[in-house]
Design a protein around this ligand. Structure first.
Ligand code: C2E
Ligand code: CA
Ligand code: CA
Length: 578
């Protein structure tokens, strides 16, 4: 940008302007007297999907939709008299040509060659496009879901033209370790350089996605060699590494011919492939395992997809109920319902089935069906005069879908008599992208009388973030903490700390995987209120048992009766549970 950069004295005053203005806005622009952008900085990628270079040198009014260009011209003409602009709402076109609304303010100084300084703050609550959610804020790269849509379009178009396109997956498994050692600025610069490089190799310079900071993918023409790509990216990381070592880079290129797949199937298969790749750490998935080719992977995925759809469409599964018990009294508080698939050829267990549904983006259909089945059971149970509470697992992914939420609202409206007996247990909360929106839905449910629970607490990287942002009635402490507390002092401290935190937040705790009395006692002593596990009952209660209101045989007496506690314990327990 040096050739048209204006001479401003002293340079520092602009730096200061930039710093001040940044504190309050997202994008800064400097226009020369003709309205040409001579300086640009800020989140142009994240908000507009446009590189800064793409804006620099353009006429500002050309960046706006026509009506907004007229408004901008009017307010800027006024600045001839008063230097400062009244705050004005203005839209700027993003990379797709959609209007993104901003609040614009600015000033002009005649002793600075009549240059105009503009500060734009995006009106987030009012963004008419979902671009903010489509792109990664820091790098401007497409996020997984939007990358899948765009990549799939390009792949399909290439197929029609009979052209050969490829999909490359790039993994930097140690990048986070390097990023942690860098200053915030250096971190941002490195991420930007890596993503710019990958983007530049992709079709149209923008068919590249960021799955997480360590995993990328892009679609490119049939040529291009991964070896050179790997070498180049390693060099970028070496330059950023104070030790000069850089990080390992792995890449694999797949032939992206979707064969006879429909567009939807190929998009779902692509999504599944990328998710497998992004979650590869610790699982038996390696980048080499993809070498059989995209086509083979797609075939497998399509087969799984059809098996999943058959199970859901044909209602080819059963419900298994497991009790959640009050540790003090031994009484059942509610049941959790778990899926049991009849045909286990494709999916060996519920976990595989559910995880596939989540990674292929089709879990919402199943979650909804499960709610419907549970309402059927509750209705029959109510006819016999019983009203148990039942927790249904809802994937965090489903909570991100408007379609799912609307369908669930309709289902609930049809089941007013029993609606309050359904507890929503949010699983895989680590997959929730938009916590605020998820929380709005959870609160809507709670206000209407449904209890809500956060499952698997402690497993994700940011469980505390979820606890802070999602107000729930229960949290379920992951079984691994219960196990650990029986083994180590540290584990006991962790458990107690979690229970204490939840008590302060007024959230009731449930401990999982309680397989013996020792585990129950440990939970109780740590201040956990409810327990679930083989000690109280396996998940083998079928729906007829629930419908017929048969009470499971009492197998657990409750801690107060099972064990004699001394006064100190009792005092602690009442304080913890008052
Ligand atoms: P989860 O929600 O954490 O469910 C608890 C899992 O632990 C269940 O495995 C249950 O059978 C098992 N379990 C219960 N007590 C004990 C115990 O004392 N010891 C041991 N070792 N295991 C115990 P399951 O049924 O295989 O389900 C696995 C996961 O699949 C669930 O984990 C849940 O995330 C998901 N899932 C199951 N059913 C559904 C469903 O209907 N919808 C959704 N979205 N997810 C489901
Ligand atoms: Ca659960
Ligand atoms: Ca769990």
């Amino acid at each position: 940008m040096t050739d048209i950069e204006p001479i401003i004295q002293p340079r520092m005053s602009r730096d200061r302007f930039v710093a001040f203005a940044f504190a309050a806005s997202d994008i800064l622009l400097e226009l020369d007297a003709s309205g040409t952008v001579v300086f640009v900085d800020g989140a142009t990628r994240g908000i507009l999907g446009r590189q800064m270079e793409d804006i620099h040198g353009k006429l500002f009014f050309d960046l706006l939709p026509e009506a907004d260009a007229t408004i901008a011209q009017t307010v800027m003409a006024d600045m001839d008299k008063k230097h400062r602009m009244d705050k004005t709402e203005i839209s700027v076109k993003n990379i797709y040509g959609d209007a993104v609304p901003f609040m614009m303010s600015g000033f002009r100084l005649s002793n600075l060659q009549n240059h105009t300084y503009l500060a734009l703050s995006v009106l987030k609550g009012d963004v008419s496009t979902d671009l903010l959610f489509r792109r990664d804020f820091d790098t401007g790269m497409l996020k997984t879901q939007s990358f899948v849509e765009i990549a799939n379009e390009k792949i399909q178009a290439a197929k029609e033209r009979g052209e050969d396109v490829k999909l490359t997956l790039v993994g930097l498994p140690d990048l986070k370790t390097l990023l942690d050692q860098l200053s915030e600025e250096a971190r941002a610069a490195l991420m930007m350089e890596i993503s710019d490089y990958i983007r530049s190799k992709s079709i149209d310079g923008d068919t590249a996605g960021i799955l997480d900071p360590e995993s990328y993918s892009f679609v490119h023409a049939g040529t291009g060699e991964p070896a050179k790509l790997v070498e180049d990216i390693i060099k970028i990381t070496q330059k950023a590494d104070p030790m000069g070592k850089g990080v390992a880079v792995e890449a694999t290129t797949l032939n992206a011919n979707p064969g006879a797949l429909t567009k939807t199937d190929s998009a779902n298969a692509l999504l599944y492939t990328l998710n497998q790749f992004a979650h590869r750490a610790g699982e038996d998935f390696t980048i080499e395992s993809l070498s059989g080719g995209y086509k083979k992977l797609l075939d497998e995925t399509v087969q799984k997809m059809s098996s999943f759809k058959q199970t859901v469409g044909g209602h080819d599964f059963k419900l298994a109920f497991q009790p959640i018990v009050d540790l003090k009294s031994g009484l059942i508080h509610h049941y959790e319902v778990l899926v049991r698939i009849n045909n286990q050829e494709t999916f060996k267990n519920p976990f595989e089935f559910i995880t596939f549904g989540e990674q292929a983006g089709i879990i919402g259909d199943f979650d909804l069906l499960m709610c419907q089945k549970v309402f059927e059971v509750l209705e029959k149970t109510a006819n016999k005069g019983n009203h148990p509470l039942v927790a249904v697992n809802i994937s965090g992914k489903s909570l991100g879908s408007m379609l799912f939420k609307d369908a669930l609202r309709r289902l609930i409206a049809l089941n007013q008599r029993t609606r309050k007996q359904m507890i929503f247990e949010v699983t895989e909360s680590s997959k929730i992208e938009d916590l605020a929106t998820a929380n709005t839905f959870i609160q809507e449910m709670r206000e209407q009388g449904n209890l809500c629970c956060l499952d698997d607490f402690g497993t994700g990287e940011s469980s505390f973030e979820y606890l802070r942002n999602l107000q729930v009635d229960f949290i379920k402490i992951d079984g691994s903490y219960v196990r650990e507390s029986l083994k180590t002092q540290r584990g006991r401290h962790m458990l107690k700390a979690m229970a204490g935190l939840c008590r302060d937040l007024n959230v009731t705790t449930i401990g999982e995987m309680v397989e013996d009395e020792k585990a129950a006692a440990m939970l109780w002593e740590s201040g956990v209120k409810f327990g679930q596990g083989y000690l109280f009952g396996k998940p083998d209660i079928d729906e007829n048992t629930i419908i017929n209101c048969k009470k499971p045989t009492p197998f657990y007496q409750g801690i107060m009766r099972a064990k004699k506690f001394d006064k100190k314990d009792r005092a602690w327990w009442s304080a913890a549970n008052s």
